[in-house]
Structure formats: C-alpha cells, structure tokens
Design a protein around this ligand. Structure first.
Ligand SMILES: [Fe+2]
Length: 436
C-alpha cells in the first residue's frame, strides 16, 4: 500500500473505513431504479458494486483467513466478478439496498473488530490491504458508472473548493522533455510493502533516447484532431481501430456534445463547455493511437513513461513518485476525488518529475503503447484473477486519475483495460518520433 506505515493496524483500519465511506457517499442519492443501472457491457449495477466490495472483503478476511462461511448464502453466485460474467449481472434478484447494506456493514464491522483484536501478521496485513485497495478501485468504478449513466455529480465530502485549488501557472508552456537513453529500471522495488503481482519486480530495460510531452494531450489539442476530420480519415486509424470506430459510429470522445461550432462535454448530468486546458478524457486506446498518427507522434512505452515519471538523473535512481518518495499531497497531484473532475494540465508544478514532466500522477490515467504482459519475475498472487487472465489481452494505463486514492497509486502502478474501453478516466500523452 505504498507508505510503509500502512502496515500498522491503525492505518489499515482507517483505510478500510475510509474506502467504505467513499463507496457509500457515491451510492447516496441514487433511487432504486438507479441502483440497478442500465444493462450494458462493462457497466455494473450500483447495487452489485455495493455487495461485491463486502463480498470480496468477506472472501479474503473472514472466509480465507478464518475459514468462516459467507453471511449471505448464495453470495458467490452473485458477487464473484470473475466467475459471474457481465452478461449475467442483471439476471439476479439482488437483495434489497437495506439487506445489502446490512451484509457489507456487518462484514466491515467484523473485519475491523478482528484487526483491533490483535496485531496483524504479515499475511493478514496483505489481505487487509488487498481488501481496502480493492474497494478503492471500486469507488473509481462507481464514479465512472455515475458518469456513464448520466447520474448527478456525486456529493463527496472530500471535494475541495474548486475556486482556489489548484493554482494554475498561466505562463506554463507545455513542451517536449528530452530524455537521454540508457538502462532504466521498470517495475517495483523489493522494499515496497505492498505491490500487486503485475509490478514485480524492478528489472533493467534499455531505453533509447526519446522526447515526451510534459503534459497530457489537452481538450484543445484533441479538438483540433476532431475538427480536422480525424474520426473520418481511414489512414489515421489502425485496422482494428477503424473497425471499432465504424462499429460504434464514433465521431468524437464519448461524452463530447456539439455546441454550435464548438464542443461541450457532459459531466455526470450536466453539459458544460469544454475546457481547452483540461486533458482530454474518456478516450480509448484506438482514439489515442489515431490522434498520435494525426499529430505525427506516438504513445510512450511503459518503460518510457515510468522513466519520464520517476527517474532522477541527479541521483541515478527511480523514486516512488515524480516528486520523490513522499506521499502525494494536494500540491503535487490531483487524487482522492479532491478536484471533483479533471484539472488544468498546467497546474501543480510541485508534482513535476525530475526530468520535467507534469501531472504524471493523478488527473487522468494515461494510455501507453504496451500490451499488458507479466514482468520477467512474475509470480501469481493469491488473488489469482487480478492480473494473469488479462496478460496479452489489455493495454496498460499509468499514473492514476482524479478519483484514484493516494494510498493506491505510485509510479510503478499498472492499470489495464481493453483497448476499446472509453468510459474510464483515460487520457494520454505523446512522444515525438525519432528520439528528439
Ligand atoms: Fe472487484
């Protein structure tokens, strides 16, 4: 879980309770119909989300560690995300909101009680951490469900005053950062107290010189591509990308709305003008690929991204974050729902990487070129369905977004989605061709 202090029982207790608090805030205000959602691929019913996070906690803490049976008979058939396909998520008669809430609350009560009763062993710490971080991932999922279905913007107590934060450096000019080639380390250091299996372990990779954009692609930049008929020019798209575009009839990013001669975007249930300095978000890997071809650029590789984000040429070592090894703060990264949405790409200079890239952590996830593959020393963790089934299938995203929790993210974190997914909080940054 990043911070070594996270292994203390108190930090774990706080994380478990905090993750559940956000989950419940995100479900607040949804009526019974909204709790069921809309049947669509990759869109969970919110009532399922509520039950699933408790089920997962029960599975690993109370059932796996203690050998208990589920408090809710039949829970595996409903909430096991790996063995119950998306197509069947709407086939169940879910317990009522009240019953589901009681089920997951009782599991949290028992989990926290267990944690308070004795200092956790390393094995127990692993599973407490896993349960908290899994719930953090699902709060992001719930947020994108609300966005996709056009539900009201969630009223989150942690959203800061948008008028004063973040300070924006209006003089900042996005530019390319030139990175000399060399041998870099890709992956997590062995001192990390908790990492997922797909980050293990740091290994040497050769990286040729490259030049990467200091900021993610903005709405203004992407709009130039859209307005230049980018979605209709076959040559800009790969074969698979064009197939996707035609099948979907995609003409612009998922939530963009034409507003006369310009563009607006739907944020939750409200259409707002497109902010030119915010990063483009909710684009898939194919759209990123086509934009790059139009711009005469390309997506960074994972090794390039991680080097640009965390390598310090002054010390020759890689830090946990762009700004060093200390935990994220509001001055360094837009995380933890603080902004309530994306922010200006020129903001948060204190979070710059030593090489000079901005916002590599937070704001929007960034697609990279690589297909998700195991690192050389990969060994499957107990949560076997997390990474392994998706190797060779999905594309990698890096850096976290505005809904990502700071206790979850670090420079080596690998997220992964199918390349056609675009209701996620995904943007990208680009690399120039030719290493300059
Ligand atoms: Fe899950």
């Amino acid at each position: 879980m990043g911070d070594p202090a996270c292994s203390s029982a108190e930090t774990l207790r706080v994380a478990l309770i905090d993750a559940r608090g956000v989950e419940m805030e995100l479900l607040e205000g949804l009526d019974e119909r909204q709790m069921l959602g809309t049947k669509a691929h990759f869109l969970e019913p919110p009532i399922w989300e509520m039950g699933h996070v408790g089920w997962f906690q029960e599975l690993w803490i109370l059932r796996h560690l203690d050998g208990q049976s589920s408090l809710l008979p039949g829970s595996d058939a409903m909430y096991d995300s790996f063995n119950v396909s998306y197509k069947r998520r709407w086939d169940h008669r879910y317990p009522s909101r009240r019953v589901t809430c009681e089920y997951v609350s009782e599991i949290l009560r028992r989990t926290v009680g267990r944690l308070e009763s004795r200092e956790p062993t390393p094995e127990e710490t692993y599973f407490y951490t896993l349960a908290a971080l899994h719930e953090d991932m699902h709060t992001e999922n719930l947020t994108l469900i609300r966005q996709t279905l056009g539900y009201p913007r969630p009223q989150l107590t942690r959203v800061g005053p948008r008028a004063t934060w973040p300070p924006i450096d209006l003089t900042y000019q996005p530019h390319d950062v030139v990175v000399p080639g060399g041998t870099f380390l890709l992956g997590a250091a062995r001192e990390e107290p908790f990492v997922f299996d797909n980050e293990k372990w740091a290994h040497a990779v050769e990286v040729a010189p490259f030049a990467i954009a200091s900021t993610p692609v903005t709405n203004a930049e992407y709009q130039a591509f859209v307005n230049d008929d980018g979605y209709r020019r076959r040559k800009l798209w790969s074969h698979r990308g064009w197939d996707w575009r035609r099948r979907e009839g995609a003409e612009h990013p998922l939530f963009w709305v034409r507003d006369g001669a310009s563009w607006a975007e739907r944020q939750f249930d409200t259409v707002v003008p497109l902010d030119p300095w915010h990063p483009v978000v909710h684009v898939n890997w194919y759209e990123a690929e086509a934009y790059c071809r139009w711009a005469g650029r390309r997506l960074p590789t994972e090794a390039e991204w991680e080097t640009a984000a965390a390598f310090d040429p002054a010390t020759g070592r890689k830090c946990r974050f762009p700004w060093g090894d200390d935990a994220p703060t509001a001055e360094r990264a837009s995380l933890d729902f603080r902004a309530g949405g994306t922010i200006d790409v020129r903001a948060l200079p204190a979070g710059d990487s030593p090489l000079g890239c901005r916002q590599m952590i937070g704001n929007v996830w960034e697609w990279v070129d690589d297909t998700f593959e195991p690192y050389p020393e990969f060994v499957c963790d107990p949560y076997r369905e997390y990474s392994q089934p998706y190797f060779g299938q999905k594309k990698v995203l890096r850096g976290g977004c505005w809904t990502t929790r700071s206790r979850l993210i670090r420079a080596t974190w690998r997220n992964f989605y199918m390349r056609h997914r675009r209701n996620i909080f995904s943007g990208f940054r680009t690399v120039g061709h030719g290493g300059s």
